[in-house]
Design a protein around this ligand. Structure first.
Ligand SMILES: Cc1ncc(COP(=O)(O)O)c(C=O)c1O
Length: 175
């Protein structure tokens, strides 16, 4: 068997190099802020002075500028990614008896907000190339829910077992 001594490192050397290695932060907010620090700090001071943190003029300005950037009529800002997901589901009036097809390749908040409304997350396998929900798997999962047949696709139990899945108009949420 061919050996690659140049690629092997002794445990002592590995530990030594790991301890002394320069690390790069995965998320370096300070470096990002440095790019716009004067404007950033001046705008923060303006907000501190007028004290309108909730729905103040800067919030409207951000929403208007984001709407313009995204080419959309409206933008509604909120406090977190979790709230953004929750608001979208609430806008669809989802609740007990609704199945929400989602990706298992995501953060826990995605399923959490579905369950919070009493709806049931149905995890659909992802495509190994794109890592997005695989369309053929989604078709099977929708059929399984519509026909209430777990042999077509493995289904999660409804979050509220006394509220089986109801036929519903489908919504498609996404970017
Ligand atoms: C895919 C995804 N959705 C939702 C969230 C939740 O966002 P927040 O922590 O702002 O509530 C995260 C957070 O990491 C996320 O990665």
């Amino acid at each position: 068997m061919k050996k690659y001594p140049e690629l092997t490192v002794s445990p002592e050397r590995y530990l030594d190099e790991t301890v002394t290695a320069k690390t790069t932060a995965f998320v370096d907010l300070a470096a990002q802020q440095d790019e716009i620090r004067p404007q950033l700090e001046s705008r923060i001071h303006t907000v501190l002075h007028h004290g309108k943190y909730i729905l103040g003029p800067e919030v409207s300005e951000l929403e208007n500028r984001l709407a313009e950037y995204a080419g959309s009529k409206h933008v509604v800002s909120c406090s977190s990614g979790t709230d953004a997901l929750l608001m979208a589901l609430m806008a669809c009036n989802l609740g007990p008896g609704d199945a929400v097809f989602t990706s298992p390749f995501t953060f826990i908040a995605t399923a959490e907000v579905i369950a919070l409304l009493g709806a049931t997350p149905v995890f659909v396998d992802i495509d190994s190339r794109t890592y997005n929900i695989a369309p053929d798997q989604l078709e099977k999962a929708v059929q399984a829910v519509e026909q209430n047949d777990s042999s077509l696709y493995p289904l999660t139990q409804p979050v509220q077992p006394d509220q089986p899945f109801q036929p519903h108009n489908p919504f498609l949420l996404g970017p």
